[in-house]
Every structure is written in structure tokens, then in C-alpha cells.
Design a protein around this ligand. Structure first.
Ligand SMILES: NC(=O)c1ccc[n+]([C@@H]2O[C@H](COP(=O)([O-])OP(=O)(O)OC[C@H]3O[C@@H](n4cnc5c(N)ncnc54)[C@H](O)[C@@H]3O)[C@@H](O)[C@H]2O)c1
Length: 472
């Protein structure tokens, strides 16, 4: 099958830009996700120092990777980069290709190459630390067991599927003294660190309110939350946790105050059977009459644009036919209007913090770009940022100060995911383990439980209506 360029995509994206620019949140749409929207000639540049990624720890930490998918590979990558500080000594993955690839890359012997994660737990403690990068429903059980066995943990978010399980994890951590770094990686990204420093330095006076938006991006939404492994809120977690626990966490971290209450709204409006265009077959590969105009065409997203191909474990030198075969045989080829999905495609939450500070959060599927957009309103100034650069305005002096460091140009940061946050988390984890000092990690289990509880409270509010108290 030959893939033709789709008509109508440009019009669609143009439409989305207009939508993003005029939605209730009122964010001006920047030219691209990389552009610093407000930077002007003559702006003073803010220059907060960025720490390197080398932990400086002399002792080599041995690590077992539980789940050698996208995230497992990312954290293991730190060991390839800084082998003196971290060594991958075991791996578990039920997917043979991923398990073998990781074993090969890190020289893991066959007796330390496992299938199901239970096999690792049954082997006793075989490493200093464990990375739990399994699917959302497989975090709680191994984390509880591993802490009891004496492991320190890098634990993917969401840490568990219920509020009670989050509290159990915290209790277990306190009993065992395990060092646990939860993967709220944005806290470690130079952009967010600079934003927090600017607020702490008083560039806006006292913070009164925040607007924070997570634009998921339309094809990422279709890939992960309509066709992909987070499509079912019960099998994984509701999207406010599966996707946006980062955002609740980063807002909580920026304001540095307890959240007292939340109220939320949201629903799945678009990716439903009743919105299916007439005559669409169950798979985009089955000659769909709407393929050339549908923004969610699997042929367009995967075969033409070559996006998100990591999920397919394609062989080296793969061809278009290899991709099409995956679209015929996996969930990723399905029509987005005929999937077993239930995640919201738009979600808003009002967050009330101590002292009356408020934050308005908005998660949006229908945007042309991903990343984050944040506005901070203070008594003396205002900050606006797009996830890569921000500008602080001072009301009295009209001074404009901009932070716009290109993370890829910071020595050592090229290729580090989440704006550098992924490997910076590992760096701080190694230091915290070395010194047995949890405070060297910002995304400790205790801090992360708090923002997870905010997420569960949002979901309660969305489903039952009304304001829900956040009790940590
Ligand atoms: N911190 C972040 O920014 C971030 C980003 C993306 C995903 N995540 C989270 O990280 C986790 C992993 O996500 P991912 O994108 O790497 O997913 P993934 O599907 O790429 O990786 C998960 C791996 O676990 C393996 N697996 C499943 N069941 C198993 C079992 N019983 N025993 C052993 N292996 C098993 C799968 O085969 C797969 O390779 C998820 O919880 C996700 O929500 C976090």
C-alpha cells in the first residue's frame, strides 16, 4: 500500500491554533513549541546556573530494570553515559525483544535476564536499586515487595492506582528507610528549576494565582490515550494521573504550599463511536474513505510521519510494509472512533492552596503542540512561559527578564529527555542513595503522594461534582 500525503491537515492545524488561541484559558498560540513567545530584543537574560548530569558519586550502584520499554530504556541510558556510577545488572520484561535488547546492550548474563517481574522478586535482592518502569497497574506490587527486600527505588508515576495504595507505599518506605525517587521528572528539568528560582527570588512578588496548561497534542492523544496502553482509565489510571500528575505536582512544587481543595470537570467528547464518520472501517488500513482527511489516520501518523514507532519494536532497516503490518495487527491501526477507550480528552481543575492562592489547570487533547504553558500572577509582576523559555515582567519598572536556555546546548544535556529532567532525576537519586539522604531528591515519595492525592481528589470531583478537600 502506498501512503499519499493527506489533504486538509494544514487546515486542521490552522484551526487548532485558532482554537488554542481563543480557548477559555486564553493562551496566545506561539509559532512553535520551541519559540520563546514573549522574548524581545533588549530583554535582560536570566541566567540561573544549571547543574551537570554527572552525580560525582564514586561508588557504582547496581540496578535492576523492571520493564525495558520506553521509560526503562531512558533510565538505563544513564548507565551507558556514566558507567562508573551505575551498572545495569538485571532486567525483567515479558517482551522478549526488549528484554534481549537490554541484556545485549548492558552485558546482562542470561541468569539475570527475567520475563515476568515476579521472577526478579523471587530471586531475592540481586542489586542495590530497582527501576520500576512497568505499566501503571504494575507499580504498587513490586514497589511494596522491593522495599521490603531492601531495594532503593526509582518508581515511575503514577506510583499506584489508588490513594490507599499511595499511602501504603509511603508507610512501607518509612518503615524500611528505602530511598525512593518518584519520576516527576519535570522537577529536575532546567526550565522548571529556573522558573521556581525566579518565583523564589521574588520576581513576581507574592504569587496570587497560576494558570497551567498541558497541551497533549492531537496525535499523541490518539496514540497513547485512545489507541494505546493508557486508553482505559481503570486498567491504567484516570488521565489526570496517567498524564497530568506531572502538572499537579509541578504546580504544587512551584507554589510551595499545601493544596486544600480541588474541583474538576472534563469528559470524553470526541473519540466516541457516535462521532465515527460514515463508512469508516474498524482499521485505517482497511481502505477507510476518510483516510486522506482524518487527522487521526494511523497511516498518516505512523507510516507517513513515522511518529511513535518505538512501540512496535521494529527491526533495524524496517520498511513501510513492516509498519503497515503492525497497523494491521496491533491496536495502533484502529479507527479512533472504534476503540475501547474512556479517557477524557479535555479536563479542567481549579486548585485552592493555603492562604487563598489558586491555580487553574487545563489538560487539552486538541492542540498542535505538546509541552506545557504556565502563567504566574504575582503582586508585583507576571511570568509567562511555554515549557522552553519564560519571561518575567516587573510592573513598576517595566523590566522584562527572560530565561531561554536551549537545553540541548547545555553541556551534557543533549539527548536527555523531558528537558533534561530524566537523567537529572537519576543523578539526584544516585546522590541521595550514596548519602542515605532522601532530602537530596525533590520528588521524594512523601512529596509525590501529596500531588497524587490531589489527582485522586480531582477525579472524585469530576465524577461526583463539587469541591473535594485534599487531605494528606
Ligand atoms: N515520568 C514520565 O514522564 C513518564 C513518561 C511516560 C510513561 N511513564 C510511565 O512509565 C511507565 C512505563 O511506561 P513506558 O512508556 O515505558 O511503557 P512501555 O510499555 O514502553 O514499557 C513497559 C514495559 O513493561 C513490560 N511489562 C509489562 N508487563 C510486565 C510484567 N508482568 N513483567 C515484566 N515486564 C512487563 C512491557 O513489555 C513493556 O516493555 C508507565 O507507568 C507510564 O505511565 C512516565
Amino acid at each position: 500500500m502506498q501512503i499519499q500525503n493527506g489533504m486538509g491537515r494544514r487546515d486542521f492545524i490552522k484551526g487548532l491554533s485558532l482554537f488554542a488561541g481563543t480557548a477559555g484559558f486564553g493562551f496566545a498560540a506561539p509559532q512553535s513549541a520551541q519559540a520563546a513567545p514573549q522574548q524581545k530584543p533588549g530583554d535582560e537574560m536570566l541566567d540561573y546556573p544549571v547543574e551537570g548530569l554527572d552525580s560525582g558519586v564514586k561508588r557504582q550502584l547496581s540496578v535492576v530494570i523492571m520493564g525495558a520499554g520506553g521509560r526503562g530504556k531512558t533510565y538505563a541510558g544513564y548507565a551507558a553515559r556514566f558507567p562508573e556510577a551505575m551498572k545495569i545488572v538485571a532486567v525483567a520484561d515479558i517482551n522478549e525483544y526488549r528484554r534481549k535488547s537490554m541484556a545485549e546492550k548492558y552485558g546482562i548474563p542470561p541468569e539475570r535476564t527475567f520475563g515476568d517481574f515476579h521472577e526478579v522478586l523471587a530471586a531475592g535482592r540481586i542489586a542495590d536499586a530497582m527501576v520500576i518502569s512497568l505499566p501503571d497497574d504494575l507499580h504498587y506490587e513490586p514497589a511494596m515487595a522491593a522495599m521490603a527486600q531492601g531495594y532503593d527505588l526509582i518508581l515511575e508515576k503514577p506510583m499506584a492506582q489508588t490513594e490507599q495504595e499511595c499511602r501504603d507505599l509511603l508507610k512501607r518506605q518509612r518503615e524500611t528507610g528505602a530511598i525512593v525517587g518518584v519520576c516527576h521528572v519535570l522537577r529536575y528539568a532546567p526550565y522548571f528549576r529556573a522558573l521556581k528560582a525566579a518565583i523564589a527570588d521574588g520576581l513576581v512578588g507574592e504569587v496570587v494565582s497560576i494558570q497551567h496548561m498541558e497541551p497533549i497534542q492531537y496525535s499523541h492523544m490518539a496514540h497513547s490515550y485512545v489507541r494505546g496502553i493508557w486508553r482505559d482509565s481503570k486498567a491504567s489510571t484516570p488521565i489526570i494521573l496517567a498524564k497530568s500528575c506531572h502538572d499537579l505536582d509541578i504546580v504544587r512544587w512551584l507554589v510551595d504550599r499545601r493544596c486544600n481543595a480541588v474541583s474538576a470537570e472534563g469528559s470524553l467528547m470526541h473519540f466516541r463511536k457516535e462521532n465515527m464518520p460514515v463508512g469508516a472501517p474498524p482499521r485505517c488500513t482497511d481502505g477507510c474513505p476518510h483516510e486522506a482527511t482524518c487527522p487521526y489516520s494511523a497511516l498518516d501518523i505512523y507510516a507517513r510521519r513515522r511518529k511513535y514507532l518505538g512501540v512496535f519494536d521494529l527491526p533495524k532497516g524496517y520498511t513501510e510494509e513492516d509498519i503497515l503490518q503492525k497497523l494491521r495487527t496491533t491496536g495502533y491501526g484502529r479507527c479512533v472512533y472504534q476503540c475501547d477507550n474512556d479517557q477524557c480528552d479535555h479536563y479542567v481543575a481549579n486548585l485552592l492552596f493555603e492562604g487563598g492562592l489558586t491555580a487553574a489547570f487545563s489538560m487539552e487533547a486538541f492542540t498542535p503542540w505538546g509541552g506545557r504553558r504556565t502563567r504566574v500572577m504575582g503582586t508585583r509582576g507576571f511570568i509567562e512561559g511555554d515549557g522552553t523559555a519564560f519571561t518575567a515582567y516587573d510592573f513598576r519598572s517595566s523590566r522584562r527578564r527572560t530565561w531561554a536556555k536551549k537545553v540541548s546546548e547545555i553541556p551534557g544535556y543533549k539527548g536527555a529527555g523531558h528537558g533534561g529532567g530524566d537523567w537529572a532525576l537519576v543523578r539526584d537519586f544516585l546522590r541521595a542513595v550514596d548519602k542515605r539522604d532522601e532530602s537530596m531528591l525533590t520528588s521524594s515519595l512523601a512529596a509525590s503522594v501529596e500531588s497524587h492525592v490531589m489527582g485522586f481528589a480531582c477525579e472524585k470531583s469530576r465524577l461526583a461534582g463539587g469541591k473535594v478537600a485534599v487531605e494528606v
